[in-house]
Design a protein around this ligand. Structure first.
Ligand SMILES: Cc1ncc(COP(=O)(O)O)c(C=O)c1O
Length: 359
C-alpha cells in the first residue's frame, strides 16, 4: 500500500543511543535533559526567539488561545484540518469563517475585515500546506482593529518567507509534529511566542498552571516526554535531506501532470518551501473521485486534505457560506509523498490520474 505519507524513522541505533541516556538518568518526562536540548536545537534550527515543545499541535493551539485570553469571535479559515476549528470551539470561542483565496487556498485577507464585530478578538489563520498567508495584510488588519493573531503553522516547519522563518509572524505560531508531518516527534507540537511577555504564561499553562509549589492559574498537562524529544533530536539531523527528496518528488509530480488538466495551488513569491504536501486540484469532484477510485485499485491511497470545508461541520451553531472553500475542498487531493517513494511509483500514479481524467 502506498499511503499519502510514510513516517520517516531515523536509524534505529541512533534512537537507541538516546534511549540509553534516558535509562541512565531514569528521567522520562517533566522537561528532562533531552527535551531541553531538543528545544534549544530546534529554536536555533528554526530561527525563532521563544519555543515551547508540547504534546501535540492541537493543545498548542488551545494553549495559545488561553495565553492570549481570547473570548468571543475568532476569524479563521474553513480550509484546514478540523483541529483548527475544534480548538476554537473547545476554548468556548466562536469561529467566524472567512472564505479562502481560490488560487492559494489560504484565508482570503480581503474577506476578513467585513467579519469583524465588537466581539472579535483574534484572527486564527493557517499556513495551509506550508504556503504562507498574506502576513503583511493580516498584520495591518489586526493592528487597525486591535486583534491578536495566531498562525496555525502545523504544516510550515522550516518554511521561510523573505529569508526568515514564517513562524516569526503573528503573536503566536503553532506547529504540529505528528507522525504524518514532514518533521515529527511521534506526537508533538510547539508554541512559538513572539511576544516575550507571554512566555511565562504559556509555560505555566502547559504544566498545570504551577511551578513547584507556586500555583498560579488553571493549566493543562501538555508536557512532552524524553522519548519524543529523542525522536526530534534524531530527525533534526536528517531534515535537510528529507526536505530535498520531498521537493524533488513534488517537482516530478508537477512536471508529469502539468498538461493533464489539473491545477496546482499558488505559493506566494519569496517563499522557501518545505515540501510538506503535494496538493492537486481536479476540474470537478467527479474527476477527483474517479482518480481516487482508480488509484485505490492499485493500492495507492492519497488523501482528501482538506475535506469537508470546516464551515459545514454539523456541530457548528450556524452555517456561514464559504463558496470557494466548499468548492475546492471537494476538488483537492494530496498525492503520496515521502522521501523514499520510488520515482517509478510517482510516474505510475501520474499515469493513472491522467487516464482517469480522460473518462
Ligand atoms: C492545520 C492543522 N492544525 C492542527 C493540527 C493538529 O495537530 P496535532 O495532530 O499534532 O494535534 C493539524 C494536524 O494534525 C493540522 O493539520
Amino acid at each position: 500500500m502506498i499511503n499519502v505519507t510514510k513516517t520517516y524513522l531515523p536509524p534505529l541505533d541512533k534512537y537507541i543511543k538516546y534511549l540509553a541516556r534516558i535509562w541512565q538518568t531514569a528521567n522520562l518526562t517533566n522537561r528532562g535533559p533531552l527535551l531541553l536540548e531538543f528545544e534549544e536545537k530546534l529554536k536555533n534550527h528554526l530561527g525563532v526567539k521563544n519555543l515551547l515543545f508540547v504534546t501535540n499541535g492541537t493543545l498548542a493551539l488551545q494553549i495559545s488561545i488561553q495565553a492570549l485570553d481570547l473570548k468571543g469571535e475568532i476569524i479563521t479559515t474553513p480550509f484546514s484540518y478540523v483541529a483548527t476549528t475544534n480548538s476554537i470551539l473547545w476554548e468556548h470561542c466562536t469561529p467566524k469563517f472567512a472564505d479562502i483565496n481560490p488560487l492559494t487556498l489560504g484565508i482570503d485577507e480581503l474577506k476578513i475585515e467585513k467579519l469583524i464585530s465588537k466581539d472579535t478578538t483574534a484572527i486564527l489563520a493557517v499556513h495551509v500546506y506550508g504556503y504562507p498567508c498574506n502576513v503583511a495584510k493580516i498584520e495591518e488588519i489586526a493592528k487597525k482593529h486591535q486583534l491578536k493573531i495566531i498562525y496555525d503553522a502545523a504544516h510550515a516547519f522550516d518554511v521561510k518567507l523573505r529569508g526568515q522563518s514564517v513562524l516569526n509572524f503573528g503573536d503566536i505560531s503553532t506547529l504540529s509534529f505528528h507522525a504524518t508531518k514532514l518533521f515529527h516527534t511521534i506526537e508533538g507540537g510547539a508554541i512559538i511566542v513572539n511576544d516575550d511577555s507571554l512566555v511565562e504564561k504559556t509555560d505555566l499553562l502547559h504544566r498545570f498552571g504551577h511551578h513547584y509549589d507556586d500555583f498560579k492559574m488553571v493549566g493543562i498537562n501538555a508536557k512532552s516526554s524524553e522519548f519524543q524529544a529523542a525522536m526530534g533530536l534524531c530527525l533534526l539531523d536528517d531534515i535537510a535531506v528529507i526536505k530535498q527528496k520531498r521537493l524533488e518528488i513534488i517537482d516530478k509530480y508537477y512536471s508529469n501532470l502539468q498538461f493533464s488538466g489539473l491545477a496546482f495551488p499558488v505559493c506566494a513569491d519569496n517563499v522557501e518551501y518545505n515540501g510538506a504536501y503535494c496538493p492537486v486540484i481536479f476540474p470537478s469532484e467527479y474527476h477527483l473521485l474517479n482518480a481516487l477510485n482508480d488509484l485505490r485499485k492499485i493500492s495507492v491511497n492519497p488523501r482528501r486534505y482538506f475535506y469537508p470545508s470546516l464551515n459545514t461541520l454539523s456541530y457548528l451553531d450556524d452555517y456561514q457560506i464559504c463558496v470557494n472553500s466548499e468548492d475546492l475542498s471537494k476538488r483537492v487531493l494530496c498525492l503520496p509523498l515521502y522521501p523514499d517513494l520510488p520515482i517509478e511509483n510517482v510516474n505510475e500514479i501520474c499515469e493513472v490520474i491522467i487516464k482517469s481524467l480522460r473518462r
